[in-house]
Design a protein around this ligand. Structure first.
Ligand code: FAD
Length: 506
């Protein structure tokens, strides 16, 4: 039995063999264990699973679980993921597959579940995601399974394992991508993989699975208040101010391209304008893939690769031969997003203080004993009770809405560094608050942003200052002078209640 499907639909650089065994053709189906790219469109892992199913003439089973016990599990994160699962179920309804969503009702209930699914699987395909608990979970599962298991990287336009080089500046990655990315631009995952291929008839799952771990019901996938209340997760972090799922993601993308992209280059940093895409939560949970976003931008710009300049020079302007607005957006979406995937894929210490550049650690150490005019505990930060009105408003946006404007996110981090007793405790505070409240948290981008505050991807800046040393400095006063925040301060004032409809489906 070949250890590769007959047709290469997924570039080999994207396929990591987690368990190197031949397919078990005597078994009943191909299993896609969907854990990060939670979507049925534009998904290389799904393409690979479909290809295996066609080659082996086996039905395809898509298993999308939501466990209870992961760090920072809350009503906010669960609701967002459940909305995505409900959408996936709708999209799979007419397809020739078994789509099996599962919500773990109690800690430990799902133990043994993957092995049970894999027992009848000829091949297991899963997502290759480089951060949070996922790499450990996949490695542990691979050791236990007696079947071929492949982890597929659908994270970025550039496959994570196409290089082993770790890029320490955005500039160096951009230069590299300008040289290397063109050869990957034609590799795009299918937008309708379940409709395009004729799959073998769907199968029945063994009753030992369906009885012990029943598929999520409509009530569970409705993510209602009562349903969430019954789960062993943090109920103090309420639902976000936006809806999860691929349909909501595609709608957000369309709205952004129609209404805001033109203003992106000039107004992205202005909190009152809020012209950014809002796509990061969808990208994080895989409700939308970067290829789909890139394709939509290229279509809007009526772009094709003949407009690529012959040679890039590492600069973001003129990289693609698109409008300045589109180039600015793509630089965030590609360079800044993928520099984090590159780091996480190749550095196990991506979330540890020691991973900072030497110059940054040395400068922070030199100033570790500097007196702090303000020194706040995690609780004071969390409750937005600092002396600074703008910082408190930013923290309230994070807590109430589950997101934080990019420019204020930078300021938010820099002030945590300034008002913590040490840079190490600033790091711990940023990780805790970002990952607990931001729907897009726990992502390679989270660590890019948080560690950028402390010097990663940056350079020394003069003048040398107390506490910061030569780490780049930001101040609320400067921010207020530079960008308009009046409406923002009003919206996130202490007495304002959130106006969005939290449980729109009730
Ligand atoms: C302290 C701090 C913490 C951060 N934590 C996160 C986080 O948990 N999750 C997260 O996705 N981003 C994080 N960022 C990066 C950035 O703030 C967000 O990606 C961006 O604000 C998301 O909003 P958007 O989707 O509207 O972005 P847009 O401006 O519309 O950009 C499009 C996409 O590009 C990527 N992107 C944009 N800016 C950055 C950036 N600076 N670094 C890396 N990727 C970027 C994101 O995937 C984003 O969705 C953090 C930044 C800082 C300074």
């Amino acid at each position: 039995m070949p250890a590769e499907p007959s047709t290469i639909v997924v570039p080999p650089e994207r396929v990591r063999i987690a368990r190197d065994l031949p397919p078990r053709i005597e078994r009943s189906y191909v299993l896609y264990w969907m854990i990060a790219a939670r979507r049925l469109q534009g998904n290389f892992a799904l393409d690979r699973a479909v290809q295996w199913a066609c080659d082996l003439t086996k039905p395809l089973v898509i298993f999308e679980p939501l466990r209870a016990g992961y760090p920072w599990a809350s009503d906010r994160l669960h609701k967002f993921v459940l909305e995505g699962m409900a959408e996936n179920r709708r999209r799979a309804a007419d397809a020739q597959v078994v789509y099996y969503p599962y919500v773990e009702p109690r800690h430990g209930e799902a133990r043994g579940q993957l092995e049970a699914f894999a027992k009848d699987a000829a091949v297991v395909v899963t997502d290759d995601y480089p951060a949070f608990f996922l790499p450990r979970m996949v490695a542990a599962a691979a050791e236990r399974l007696d079947v071929r298991m492949e982890a597929v990287d659908g994270n970025g336009l550039y496959p994570m394992r196409a290089t082993s080089q770790v890029f320490v500046t955005a500039y160096s990655l951009r230069r590299h991508l300008q040289r290397e990315l063109p050869r990957y631009l034609d590799d795009s995952p299918s937008l309708a993989p379940l409709a395009e291929r004729s799959l073998p008839s769907a199968t029945q799952l063994p009753t030992e699975i369906t009885q012990r771990w029943p598929a999520a019901t409509d009530v569970q996938l409705s993510a209602s208040r009562d349903m969430l209340a019954a789960l062993p997760i943090d109920h103090s972090v309420g639902p976000a101010a936006f809806t999860g799922g691929s349909a909501a993601a595609e709608h957000a993308l369309e709205r952004f391209l129609d209404q805001r992209l033109d203003r992106y280059a000039d107004e992205r940093n202005i909190p009152d304008e809020d012209v950014a895409s809002g796509l990061s939560p969808y990208l994080h949970f895989g409700h939308l893939g970067v290829h789909q976003v890139f394709r939509a931008v290229a279509e809007r710009e009526t772009w094709d690769r003949s407009r690529l300049p012959a040679k890039g020079n590492g600069s973001r302007e003129g990289w693609w031969g698109m409008s300045a607005a589109a180039e600015g957006f793509l630089d965030e979406l590609i360079t800044w997003r993928e520099v984090g995937f590159n780091f996480c894929a190749h550095r196990e210490d991506y979330d540890r203080y020691e991973s900072l550049p030497e110059w940054a650690k040395a400068s922070l150490a030199k100033h570790a004993g500097d007196p702090r005019a303000f020194s706040y505990s995690l609780e004071t930060f969390e409750q937005a009770r600092t002396h600074d009105e703008l910082w408190n408003a930013a923290q309230r946006q994070l807590v109430r809405d589950g997101r934080l404007h990019n420019y204020l996110r930078m300021l938010w981090g820099k002030k945590i560094l300034e008002w913590s007793e040490s840079p190490q405790s600033a790091l711990a505070t940023m990780i805790e608050l970002n990952n607990k409240y931001a729907v897009d948290g726990r992502d390679p981008n989270s660590y890019t942003g948080i560690f950028w505050v402390l010097g990663r991807y940056d350079r020394p800046w003069a003048p040398e200052r107390p506490i910061f040393g030569v780490i780049r400095y930001m101040s609320s006063d400067n921010t207020r002078r530079k960008v308009s925040v009046k409406d923002y301060l009003r919206r996130y004032a202490a007495h304002q209640e959130r106006q969005s409809q939290l449980f729109a489906n009730e």
